[in-house]
Design a protein. Structure first.
Length: 248
């Protein structure tokens, strides 16, 4: 399977999987992988590493924005097969272990089935392994505050609401933020274009997700690499303000 890989800045690669994005940060031969797609994206994930000159053995760590199955889907495969550490915010670690699951349920999806795009999205999610067990056996909290000692030097930014421990990752030297699902630029169930929140049914605490947009306004940069949708180029703070504006 051919991977849709876009280098958005030097050593920063957005990969658009089946409805979900992941990001590859490269520094020479070393790699940081941000999110891992659905379980059904595994072939594309491995192909994307090859496309940027990497390999699963070269992944220094997987860092996860949040533990929904479309972002966590191949983390345990990489951990168990290659010994790759999997890092998340401390509040998201038990979520990754599936001590609880804060993810949209079948009943909520069915109640929203009348909305454009919801049923086709749901069918795709099921076919891609979205309802399979994607728990990580031994996820780890970030080892220290501040920038992670990993290729790309990502700085975790706790942006709760979508999940309790959702994190964006700021790459200040490049002026890039990897925003996960706290700030997206599109989704199969949304008719909006440009910076936005996901539809309300996807958030564990929608109001808190709205409040977390203010955290993006504090970040310097002009490129947003989201968990869903295309790259957005423009001031990060302006993108967050736009998302707030279209959501009220």
């Amino acid at each position: 399977m051919q991977a849709d890989v876009q280098e958005v800045a030097d050593g920063i690669h957005l990969v658009r999987g089946s409805n979900t994005n992941w990001v590859i940060l490269t520094d020479g031969d070393a790699v940081t992988l941000v999110d891992t797609g659905y379980p059904g994206d595994r072939e594309a994930l491995l192909a994307s590493l090859t496309a940027v000159g990497g390999a699963p053995e070269a992944i220094a760590a997987v860092i996860v924005t949040h533990a929904h199955s479309d972002h966590l889907g191949n983390a345990e495969f990489l951990r168990s097969t290659y010994g790759t550490p999997v890092y998340l915010h401390e509040a998201e670690v038990p979520h990754a272990r599936r001590e609880f699951l804060h993810q949209v349920g079948v009943g909520t999806v069915l109640r929203n089935g009348w909305r454009p795009g919801v049923l086709p999205w749901a069918v795709h999610a099921i076919r891609s392994g979205g309802t399979t067990d994607t728990r990580v056996t031994s996820p780890e909290a970030f080892p220290a505050p501040g920038a992670l000692d990993l290729p790309g030097g990502p700085v975790p930014v706790h942006t709760p609401g979508h999940t309790l421990g959702h994190c964006a990752y700021h790459l200040p030297a490049a002026g890039v933020v990897i925003s996960g699902d706290a700030l997206v630029s599109g989704h199969p169930t949304s008719r909006k274009q440009g910076p936005q929140l996901l539809p309300a049914m996807f958030h564990h605490e929608r109001e808190r997700a709205l409040q977390s947009l203010a955290l993006f306004e504090t970040l310097d940069g002009d490129v947003v690499v989201p968990g869903h949708g295309p790259v957005h180029r423009g001031d990060i703070g302006d993108a967050a303000r736009h998302a707030r504006g279209v959501d009220v």
